[in-house]
Design a protein around this ligand. Structure first.
Ligand SMILES: NC(=O)c1ccc[n+]([C@@H]2O[C@H](COP(=O)([O-])OP(=O)(O)OC[C@H]3O[C@@H](n4cnc5c(N)ncnc54)[C@H](OP(=O)(O)O)[C@@H]3O)[C@@H](O)[C@H]2O)c1
Length: 273
């Protein structure tokens, strides 16, 4: 599978398995199955309450741990240095691993000492317990502060990105700083299946609309995607999007779609740019 490799110690397959909102045995089963199908990138978080289930799957699977990229995240109410360290320790314990491949701050908050939070994040990388570090849901101004002013060696940002939500500014920033952009909710929570333009392109290629939406992301340089799929058929179908070849006409049609459909904006979300 195609990977994104950068100077911040990131080495990550472009397609990963999103695990929210699966928990417990359902999550373990889905991750074991995904690893059997060939997934080598799993996205979890402390807030998903499924790191233990992911850890169980990693232990159970015949795929060696070092062949799998695992991302996890610390929740926004645990961003004091002591809380963050405790949360990170829990993450490693639950994953039954002495490192994660990528560790992210899940959401920014206003109630923090930003410099100390970022120093703590960087310390996990220096200790070798997070191979790479990054942030999720940070707006551009905050990214500038962290990457350009504080010089934090961020390898990736994770943000909502799909055919109906543009991320031109963040993608440009990511590329200028040798960062990956990991698209979450890449299927717009499966609403892509209802979009007539996507349906038309899908019919032309004789594939499901979800594959069109995924391949549009995966074709972009420095962009990865973590669709959540519980069942085998959808996991396999999402993997098969790599076999599809979109043409210029398809890309023009997708580019012309409205790009303002943000689905994930909880009350604690920052002011988006
Ligand atoms: N950093 C953050 O703040 C953040 C926020 C949201 C999400 N995320 C991450 O991103 C992951 C994905 O995002 P998401 O779950 O919001 O949305 P998504 O991946 O866009 O959509 C998931 C939905 O699409 C369905 N689906 C998947 N593949 C399909 C296929 N081939 N055909 C038809 N339906 C299909 C899934 O159903 P089935 O399960 O039945 O297949 C599920 O209902 C999460 O699991 C999580 O790991 C991160």
């Amino acid at each position: 599978m195609q990977r994104i490799v950068n100077r911040h110690q990131l080495d990550m397959p472009k397609l990963g398995l999103g695990t929210w909102p699966m928990v417990g045995e359902e999550c373990t089963r889905a991750v074991v199955q995904a690893l059997e199908l060939g997934y080598r990138h799993i996205d979890t978080a402390a807030a998903y309450n499924n790191e233990d289930a992911v850890g169980q799957a990693l232990a159970q699977s015949s795929v060696p741990r070092e062949h799998v990229h695992v991302t996890s995240k610390v929740w926004w109410d645990r961003l004091s240095p002591a809380d963050m360290r405790a949360s990170f320790d829990n993450t490693l314990r639950a994953l039954r691993s002495d490192y994660v491949d990528l560790f992210l701050i899940h959401w920014p908050t206003q109630d923090w000492d930003l410099a100390r939070t970022i120093d703590t994040l960087v310390s996990f990388k220096e200790e070798g317990r997070a191979r790479a570090i990054g942030v999720a849901n940070f707006p551009l101004a905050l990214l500038r502060e962290v990457v350009e002013d504080m010089k934090a060696p961020l390898a990736a940002m994770q943000v909502e990105y799909h055919v109906a939500l543009g991320q031109v500014k963040l993608l440009d920033f990511a590329r200028r700083h040798d960062m990956a952009l990991i698209a979450y909710s890449p299927l717009a929570r499966n609403s892509v299946a209802q979009m007539p333009e996507i349906q038309r392109i899908a019919a032309k290629h004789d594939v499901p609309p979800t594959q069109i939406a995924l391949k549009w992301l995966l074709d972009q340089q420095d962009v990865a995607a973590v669709p959540k799929a519980g069942g085998r058929a959808n996991q396999l179908s999402n993997l098969q999007s790599f076999n599809l070849l979109l043409d210029d006409e398809d890309r023009e049609t997708i580019a012309a779609l409205p790009k303002d459909q943000r689905l994930v904006s909880p009350p604690f979300a920052p002011q988006w740019d």
